[in-house]
Design a protein around this ligand. Structure first.
Ligand code: AMP
Length: 486
């Protein structure tokens, strides 16, 4: 399959070649033709699959083919949950429209609005925006949405998680009813389906399905360790492994700051990225991480969402996320762009329930290890939904190791606990969905933030309504996260 056969114009093909793409990713192959036919689409895809080009390329083609009104009104609106994602989508729009007469701009909160207002005044065909700033500027009469022909809701699930549902409804009411709607989401909860049903017309369901089994590989490791020793263990892993680019996830902004400061004190150049940081600080941190001056980026889930950092070899979960699906997003940061990666989770005693939630979602047991010198002071608790096995009066002895020893959280499975000195290259690999694309010249598939097998999230094409899924819905402990709202 080539980009040309998808029906894209020469100007777009030129821009695609300039970007170095040789063939479309699965989501692009599936999404571009129906979008060019002006159909509504409901797409299951996450960051790393090439979804941005999947909607941007056909959107540009449609806008450049139709008659250009004199005073450029906003004809396409792309809504994203975070500033970072908005900035990245805008970058892509600019790159792909280089050989077209299409103007675009981006607006988001946390920065001075004046340059944004000026750009809007000059007239733009495409506006990329976060919901808060969009409504803000709308209320100041700095923009009108009355001529919008195409609406894209990018990472719709995250927008709802961040509490944007009301804002989205308000924005929908500001646009003409007759327009093309494209909704992209990594997961499809009841709320997403309800939202889609409220404004989309016979949407075509599109998803990046697994293509083959020679898949992208993410090595997952879980270390059981006391909370107070996590920083020391992270320092040891990074220093001993001589890792040069590590993305670390924490649950809170405070923890991100604290860890980043400690790592820097320990001689590992690190910066934190989260919603309380100014836009300038976030951009600078990301730049430093990309160009190698910052070795470690410590991020909260929301801040990391949408970050385009290819070729990330190491991701560490300093704390497990409260929402199991976020684990999948996090580990999808490794092994992108055709490389395999390693996802390490540090799990303290109180986090074992979260491990069980993740295992359920992945339909896979995670091998829990103990690092020499970091033995936890307590045994992991038995999962709540499994009977606690009798220890037969023996004290847990992790140093014995081995899942067959009967001291792990469960016996007989692939899980369990074992001891390692860190040199063990444990090969517990997760096959991700092949949502990615072939890299030029390389034979490997990108993991593309792929969802590990078993996470059946999203609609299935060929069905009527989006299918209820095992992994796609937010778990009960999912709380709307209002951090980093724009
Ligand atoms: P996205 O999922 O849109 O965030 O894209 C992830 C990364 O894949 C970005 O760095 C894109 O530039 C890149 N990309 C998108 N489409 C392709 C393609 N067809 N071939 C190679 N890389 C691509």
């Amino acid at each position: 399959m080539s980009f040309k056969s998808l029906g894209l114009s020469d100007s777009l093909l030129h821009a695609i070649t300039k970007k170095g793409y040789t063939e479309p990713s699965p989501i692009q192959t599936k999404a571009i033709p129906p979008i060019l036919e002006r159909k509504d689409i409901l797409a299951s895809a996450q960051t790393g699959t090439g979804k941005t080009a999947g909607f941007t390329l056909p959107m540009l083609q449609i806008l450049s083919e139709s008659k250009q009104p004199k005073r450029r009104p906003i004809r396409a609106l792309v809504l994203t949950p975070t500033r970072e994602l908005a900035a990245q989508v805008y970058e892509n729009v600019k790159e792909y429209s280089e050989f077209l007469s299409i103007e675009s701009t981006v607006i988001f909160g946390g920065v001075n609005q004046n340059p944004q207002v000026r750009a809007l005044r000059n007239g733009v065909d495409i506006l990329v925006a976060t919901p808060g700033r969009l409504l803000d500027l709308y209320n100041q009469r700095a923009l009108s949405l009355s001529q919008v022909e195409i609406l894209v809701l990018d990472e719709a699930d995250r927008m709802l998680d961040m509490g944007f549902l009301r804002d989205i409804k308000k924005i929908l009411a500001l646009m003409p009813g007759k327009r093309q709607n494209l909704l992209f989401s990594a997961t499809f909860s009841t709320e997403i389906k309800q939202l889609a049903g409220s404004f989309m017309t016979d949407p075509i369901l599109v998803e990046a399905t697994p293509k083959n089994t020679a898949a992208e590989l993410v090595i997952q490791k879980v270390y059981h360790v006391d909370k107070v020793k996590k920083t020391s263990l992270v320092t040891k892993l990074i220093s001993q492994g001589n890792w040069s680019q590590v993305l670390i996830f924490t649950r809170t902004k405070h923890a991100a700051n604290k860890l980043s400061e400690k790592l820097t004190k320990n001689g590992i150049a690190s910066l934190a990225i989260h919603g309380n940081k100014s836009q300038g600080a976030r951009t600078k941190a990301l730049e430093g991480f990309k160009n190698g001056t910052t070795r470690v980026l410590v991020a909260t889930d929301i801040a990391a969402r949408g970050l385009d950092i290819p070729l990330l070899p190491h991701v560490i979960n300093f704390e497990l996320p409260n929402v199991s699906e976020d684990y999948v997003h996090r580990i999808g940061r490794t092994g992108r762009a055709g490389a395999s990666g390693e996802a390490i989770s540090l799990v303290s005693h109180d986090e074992h329930d979260l491990v069980h939630g993740i295992e359920k979602l992945l339909r896979q047991k995670l091998q829990i290890e103990v690092m020499e010198g970091y033995e936890p002071s307590a045994a992991p608790p038995a999962p709540k939904d499994e009977p606690r096995r009798s220890s037969g009066g023996r004290k847990p002895d992790f140093r014995k190791g081995g899942s067959g020893g009967g001291q792990g959280p469960r016996s007989g499975g692939q899980g369990g606990q074992r001891r390692t000195d860190g040199r063990d290259g444990g090969d517990r690999r997760t096959e991700g969905k092949s949502g990615g694309f072939r890299k030029s010249g390389g034979g490997q598939r990108s993991s593309g933030g792929g969802t590990p097998r078993g996470n059946s999230s999203g609609p299935r094409s060929g069905g009527g309504a989006p299918r209820g899924n095992s992994g796609g819905q937010r778990s009960g402990n999912s709380r709307p996260n209002k951090g980093n709202r724009d």
